[in-house]
Design a protein around this ligand. Structure first.
Ligand SMILES: [Zn+2]
Length: 422
């Protein structure tokens, strides 16, 4: 479809944070024009009057476990390790691939309502996760959650080859669950695989203090230093959470061009601590933002994560001037794309993929318009997402989903799955 979005304010994020009035043209999956209003001579399949609202790149949810939607509000208010071992792992063991297909669709719907146009998903069954995304028209970067109990290096190798040529909406990155769940032998295998494909590696890293202390006891090193000695990050990669990081850890991230993917909602709810966001940004380390899974957050909402990213950093540093709104907005979009290896959907520019959102400014929480980017980070919410487009297709608009299935059908299916596991 060829779509013209006109009468818009546009934040391209290609050169800073300037907002200009104009229009965006989408042809097929690509942006074909971004600029001033021009005389309309073409035949469009659809013309959308943006009513002076804001077009910008979609948010990138750089760490999540989409299939965990069935555990939302199931086992809350527990310590992290009890929650993981007593509730999450036993319940997950009951899931089959078809369950994860439907559970992932529910998460995708929630992403769309929050202006998220791509997710970085660590979960169990890549075949049905990929299928759910393709069927909805959503963009997903999958990563493996290898550990001592599930998956293998051989399987990861197979998935890496298969899912990087599977569909234009799907890609795959090498990943394992965490240092504390993965044996030395497996970690060496992961590092070898990263070498084979010259690929980055992603994992949960230094999420809780007990995780870091455990690693120090076992290996006399922090998780980052321990993993680095295997050559794990020769080709970059990233860490989810990165709450309890030493200066040496951050230097390893800096040296290897790695990304920190912060998950402030999950860290707050599980009392894991606050990540050193100011220091991360000062060192020029790429920052991305993730919601983490719906069992530990419990919502998949980039607005809440953006507010917490800056709010918790200000609280941690006892300084209201640190980590400003533009830095956060950048992390939620361009930083996320970079962390996920998505090169073509980070900004609004001619030739880039049309992954964009329309933010409704004509709502009480966006008025008056003193500063739009500050409004988005400090005052914005899901209610401001008027339209979410992925790969040139409108998947969500004015509260309605266009994902090839009725919303109620997904809710019913997920309820059925959840009931059957209890
Ligand atoms: Zn996680």
């Amino acid at each position: 479809m060829n779509i013209r979005l006109y009468n818009a304010r546009i934040l391209t994020l290609a050169n800073g944070f300037e907002i200009e009035r104009g229009e965006v043209h989408v042809k097929g999956s690509l942006i074909s024009y971004v600029g001033e209003e021009k005389e309309n001579r073409e035949n469009w399949d659809r013309e959308i009057n943006c009513m002076d609202n804001l077009l910008m790149p979609g948010f990138k949810n750089a760490h999540t476990h989409s299939g965990m939607t069935f555990l939302r509000s199931f086992a809350d208010d527990m310590p992290l390790l009890d929650w993981l071992h007593q509730q999450v792992f036993p319940m997950e063991a009951k899931l089959n691939a078809d369950d994860i297909y439907h559970l992932s669709k529910l998460a995708i719907m929630e992403y769309l309502t929050s202006g998220i146009t791509a997710n970085f998903d660590m979960y169990l069954t890549p075949d049905t996760i990929a299928q759910a995304s393709v069927d909805c028209g959503f963009r997903t970067v999958m990563t493996s959650g290898l550990n001592d109990f599930t998956q293998s290096v051989e399987l990861m190798d197979e998935w890496y080859r298969k899912y990087n040529r599977y569909h234009e909406l799907i890609s795959f990155q090498i990943g394992f669950h965490a240092e504390y769940t993965t044996s030395r032998e497996l970690l060496e295998g992961v590092a070898d695989l990263a070498g084979k494909y010259q690929a980055p590696v992603y994992t949960h890293n230094s999420e809780s203090l007990s995780e870091v202390e455990g690693c120090m006891e076992r290996n006399h090193m922090t998780p980052t230093a321990y993993l680095n000695q295997f050559g794990m990050f020769r080709y970059g990669g990233g860490g989810y959470h990165c709450v309890h990081m030493t200066e040496e850890d951050l230097q390893i991230f800096q040296e290897h061009g790695m990304s920190v993917i912060t998950n402030p909602g999950s860290n707050a709810k599980l009392a894991s601590g606050t990540a050193p966001i100011k220091r991360i940004l000062d060192l020029g380390i790429n920052l991305a933002i993730g919601t983490d899974g719906p069992a530990s957050n419990n919502c998949l909402d980039m607005f809440r994560e953006m507010f917490l990213t800056t709010g918790l950093a200000k609280l941690r540093e006892n300084d209201a001037s640190v980590v400003d709104a533009n830095q956060v907005l950048y992390a939620a979009t361009v930083g996320g794309a970079k962390a996920m290896g998505l090169k073509d959907c980070d900004t609004l520019e001619e030739g880039k993929l049309a992954d964009l959102i329309l933010i409704d400014l004509n709502q009480p929480n966006m008025q008056p318009i003193n500063n739009i980017t500050k409004n988005i980070v400090y005052s914005g919410s899901k209610q401001n997402i008027k339209l979410t487009m992925v790969n040139g297709k409108v998947l969500y608009e004015d509260g309605e989903f266009h994902i090839g299935v009725e919303a109620q059908e997904v809710y019913d299916k997920v309820r059925q799955i959840t009931e059957s596991k209890k």
